[in-house]
Ligand binder design. Structure first.
Ligand SMILES: CC(C)(COP(=O)(O)OP(=O)(O)OC[C@H]1O[C@@H](n2cnc3c(N)ncnc32)[C@H](O)[C@@H]1OP(=O)(O)O)[C@@H](O)C(=O)NCCC(=O)NCCS
Length: 155
């Protein structure tokens, strides 16, 4: 059973591990490899302590995480952003990502009229996931077309 709870600083090492593993096997040859080291764990601990991050636990193990905030690109305090969502590979295709997305969307909708998320253009898995969970391709790109954004309106 999936349980979603607010992340705390002590989740830093689990979140860093899931992030690095997902990044490396999700984006493969598309992006440079991420490395799990003390610095990355410390940065995640600090980020999680700031709030607006949630983890999914399956049988007490951290299986994924998600975070939200105000949009960074464009910088817009009135636009929400789905910051990062990742599920550890053994737990994928079991609804964990959808459960995390529901939590994130609930909080985004409480604070913003609209939200954005950026993903890689050449990455059908991510794009299918966002489309399936209610996001719409916006048409805007960055990084010479390597990234695309999705948006959704709440009101
Ligand atoms: C994208 C990700 C978060 C999805 O998590 P998940 O727990 O597997 O998602 P769910 O089981 O809730 O899947 C929901 C739907 O998304 C779509 N989807 C998920 N993974 C998919 C994949 N690999 N290929 C195609 N569609 C996929 C499907 O429509 C799926 O529904 P279905 O299983 O009934 O067909 C996870 O694969 C992941 O962490 N990937 C690496 C990091 C990443 O890509 N982050 C987001 C993009 S930047």
């Amino acid at each position: 059973m999936v349980r979603i709870r607010s992340a705390v600083s002590a989740d830093g090492s689990d979140v860093a591990r899931v992030y690095v593993d997902s990044w490396n096997d999700g984006f493969g040859e598309l992006m440079p490899a991420a490395v799990l080291d003390d610095g990355r764990i410390a940065r995640w601990s600090e980020t999680l302590a700031g709030g607006n991050w949630w983890v999914a636990e399956v049988d007490g193990t951290v299986a994924g995480f998600v975070g939200i905030g105000a949009s960074r690109d464009p910088i817009d305090p009135e636009l929400g952003e789905l910051d990062t969502i990742a599920v550890d590979s053994p737990y994928r295709r079991q609804g964990v990502g959808t459960a995390l997305m529901h939590e994130a969307v609930e909080h985004l909708a409480a604070h913003y009229d609209e939200a954005i998320v950026w993903t890689l253009a050449n990455y059908p898995q991510g794009q299918e996931f966002y489309a399936k969970t209610g996001w719409t391709l916006s048409g805007s790109t960055r990084d010479d077309g390597r990234q695309v954004s999705y948006r959704r309106r709440f009101r």
